[in-house]
Design a protein around this ligand. Structure first.
Ligand code: URA
Length: 205
């Protein structure tokens, strides 16, 4: 009988999952980022918040939501009576994508292929933390969480829905509040985030 030797090297898939997030080369974003920013929070948090990608401050500090969007998120969490230390906070994409504008590194929305390449890390976090509720902060997060590149916020924002055995609540991204054109729109966007966080709490008491 013929035996075919399968060497460990040959048995490996081409784009093998790197052992650690910091070593990830599944897309090119690592090249211009200071570091990968992993999620942070209790090991078994009942609620997981998923943002888009680290911003300038997050890239430098290695922590999610510690810049201006993080301030909005912190205010909304406090108003919803959800402790930041109660929730696991992460992003759909773990490296900062930016372009230089003058002296500032301005956020650039990640491409769908970058979101898809990074999905393994979100999957790993979901499998490890096993939250009851995932709060998708904005469209990029929503697309990654439900694995649907065509998903829109408008279609899901009014009510929580079940996906793969857990609740998903979709709300605006905190940066959307900062970018809103007037006080009224800022207030409305912010209220949607607070209401979504309150909803998450009722789904994962
Ligand atoms: N915006 C995000 O989506 N995530 C962060 O961590 C910071 C800003």
């Amino acid at each position: 009988a013929t035996t075919i030797a399968v060497t460990p090297e040959r048995a490996q898939p081409q784009r093998e999952q790197p052992a650690t997030l910091d070593q990830c080369r599944r897309c090119e974003l690592w090249r211009n980022a200071t570091q990968a920013v992993p999620g942070v929070g209790p090991k078994q948090a009942r609620i997981m918040l998923v943002g888009e990608q680290p911003g300038d401050q997050e890239d430098l500090q290695g922590l999610p939501f510690v810049g201006p969007a993080g301030e909005v998120l912190d205010r909304a969490l406090a108003e919803a009576c959800v402790g930041r230390d109660q929730v696991y906070v992460t992003n759909a994409v773990k490296h900062f994508k930016w372009e230089l504008r003058g002296k500032r590194r301005l956020h650039k929305t990640p491409a769908q292929r970058e979101v898809a390449a990074c999905h393994v890390w979100l999957e790993e976090e979901l499998a490890r933390v096993r939250p009851d509720v995932v709060v998708a902060l904005g469209a990029t997060a929503l697309k990654s969480v439900i694995q649907d590149g065509g998903a829109t916020m408008a279609s899901v924002m009014d009510a929580p829905f079940e996906h793969e055995g857990r609740w998903v609540v979709a709300v605006y991204h905190p940066s959307f509040v900062l970018r809103a054109r007037d006080e009224e729109s800022r207030r409305q966007a912010y209220d949607v985030i607070v209401a979504g966080l309150r909803q998450a709490l009722t789904l994962a008491p």
